[in-house]
Write a protein of this length. Sequence first.
Length: 282
Amino acid sequence: MNIVNCGYNFVHPSDFKICRPSGSGDYILLVLRSPAYFVFDGITRLTDGNAVVLFKKDTPQIYGANGQKFINDWVHFEADGEDCEKLRELGLSFDNIIELSGVQPLSTIIQQMITEMYSENKNSNEISHTLFRLLILKLSDFCSDTRANGNGALFERLSKLRADIFTGPQNDWSIDKISKDMLISCSYLQHLYKTYFHKSIKKDITSARLEYAKYLLFSTDYTVAAVSRQCGYENDVHFMRTFKQNIGMTPSEYRSRQNCSKNKIDEAKSKNPYCLSPRGNK
């Protein structure tokens, strides 16, 4: 697939409409950020926004604003039969409104594509086309998530929550606080999390904290108590008990074993003539 042109955050008046009875001559990926109407096979369909439409190049294009300003992003591109089949394999349908829980991540990628296209950097063309492939894959993921999980908006929020847990394990991840932040009950939060990710939220919190603890024990000289605090545990005894139950040894034992392994690696390097000194300094 090759990009012909693209646009980001185009804003049109509330009476805006497009009428191309013979299509545009290329394929279009249209990202809707406002209410709109589309006519397919003589049938008018409405969307409140947060939707995507993939047009074939020969499809009549009749669409426009629906009571408000028309805001959209778009990519015109060329595709052959193999490309179209790949899009279908990714679960993307042509000439149809694809409703999503949100389109901001897609819009952001298109904005990056445009920045690269006009940057005149050495690799701008390759980067913009790589971003387009990323855009297609991200759209495929969004469609898959919406179909599999029903409430796409809630699934997206839970996916972000899970990423935040693993990138910030030291934070306060009490179930009560999370449920209040997400405006859902504790029981519903735990049920949805287990349904979507096949693990309990408590297990993920523990896994994230222990992985961070292992990293700190191996890479720093923090005391076990300091590691405990940095991993979000208020009680050192609780941390050590949890660590041993899940890892099979105490934090101190883990550090000792890792240091032993590190010494063996250093020893092996010292016996390698290529590691003794930089080339040319013998």
